[in-house]
Design a protein around this ligand. Structure first.
Ligand code: FEO
Length: 391
């Protein structure tokens, strides 16, 4: 018997979600600090549930709801997003509240939910639609491709609460539900990591959503993951403006794999050359770091150097995976180059450069190729070339 209780976040509004302390991989995103699946219960004339949870947390969700009301009393379920970390327990909740209307976007939410959960009591909505649930109104703001076609946020003007689902969220497991109850640097880092790993390809859509939210009086952003923003709302909104605009800093990221230290020596030389120019550089041996952390740093760093030795006429599979991941995230405003060592052949470095181009990076230095072991003169030459770059 699950004995979890709802947590009140405002008058007659409760957090009824679940904390997934042990989640470490969210389809490829390394969630080092776990996550939460946030759902919210509003007690009004129409009892309303905003989102559900991953199916494995259905019992926890229902226990928290039941600590406040019988699930059968739910009149409205707002499904902000079809992805199963939010909609996974929809069928279980709907089975207990068969008369509840399920609000979803039209047509994408409707299509997605029907495909996953079959015919339920859906009420499709579009931009500008609103419903009264008694003393409160819920206004629906579709945010297509932020980050699925069906995504939507909900604004309650009487409460000045924005139920934002994935937007502004963080993969962060914590017992404290609000931003000001947690270490702010940690929360902001996880918010940036979330944006970099999930929302980076959708900067334009994020800006459209931010414009749609502009002017709303917001005292709380109740996210779908991590903590609820109540003290640092302006800060997170401003970060989203900067991130969605593709703002990058004078910072370099050097990512590499190495077999017998030659590419590693090149990486160290490149890192130190950037530093010599006064550009802070981060050094990531891909074997010792998680891709999700690396792309979080790449996201806001203007310069990127990627290195791989040649193995079986290819780049190292670790670097291929990193570049594949990066390409899908469609980074903007990055200047890059490739480097690497080889015994014979040396095809890897050209392939790395091709992938950097395909990821949208501007190539600022001809690929650095070194046979066998770099000599002191070759390393000095690399340093000189980086110092001479017209950045
Ligand atoms: Fe948190 Fe896109 O699901």
């Amino acid at each position: 018997m699950n004995n979890c209780k709802a947590i009140q976040i405002s008058d007659n509004i409760y957090w009824t979600g679940a904390v997934d302390w042990s989640m470490r991989n969210f389809h490829g995103y390394d969630t080092s600090r776990g996550t939460s699946y946030n759902a919210y219960l509003i007690l009004d004339d129409k009892i309303t549930l905003i989102d559900t949870a991953k199916i494995t947390y259905a019992d926890e969700l229902l226990a928290r709801i039941s600590s406040v009301v019988e699930p059968a009393q739910i009149d409205v379920i707002v499904s902000s997003h079809v992805e199963p970390d939010h909609s996974g327990a929809l069928r279980e909740v709907a089975a207990l509240a068969p008369n509840a209307q399920i609000i979803t976007t039209n047509p994408n939410g409707l299509k997605g939910l029907t495909a996953r959960y079959g015919k339920l009591n859906y009420r499709p909505v579009k931009a500008g639609d609103a419903i009264s649930i008694g003393k409160r109104t819920l206004k629906f703001v579709p945010t297509p491709m932020l980050h699925w076609p069906d995504s939507m946020v909900t604004y309650c003007p009487e409460e000045k609460i924005l139920f934002s689902n994935d937007a502004f969220g963080q993969h962060l497991a914590t017992s404290m539900r609000f931003d000001d109850e947690n270490n702010l640097d940690t929360v902001l880092h996880e918010a940036k990591k979330y944006y970099a790993n999930i929302l980076m390809p959708f900067g334009k859509q994020a800006q459209t959503a931010l414009n749609a939210l502009d002017g709303l009086d917001i005292r709380m952003i109740a996210t779908g993951h991590g903590v609820i923003w109540r003290k640092h709302i302006t800060k997170i909104l401003n970060f989203y403006k900067r991130w969605s605009a593709g703002e990058v800093a004078e910072r370099a990221v050097v990512v590499f794999d190495s077999m017998w230290h030659s590419t590693e020596i090149l990486a160290q030389t490149i890192t130190e050359a950037f530093a010599k120019r006064g550009i802070p550089a981060a050094y990531y041996d891909i074997k010792a770091n998680l891709m999700s952390d690396i792309v979080t740093d790449v996201f806001t760093s203007k310069y990127l150097a990627v290195g791989s030795p040649t193995i079986n006429n290819q780049m190292m599979p670790t670097i291929a995976a990193f570049l594949c991941y990066l390409k899908g995230l469609r980074p903007v405003n990055h200047k890059a180059f490739a480097f690497g060592s080889y015994g014979w052949g040396g095809q890897s470095i050209g392939y790395v450069e091709d992938e950097l181009k395909a990821a949208g990076c501007e190539i600022i230095l001809d690929k650095i190729r070194v046979a066998n072991v770099p000599t002191a003169a070759q390393l000095d030459d690399i340093t000189s070339k980086i110092l001479a770059l017209d950045l």
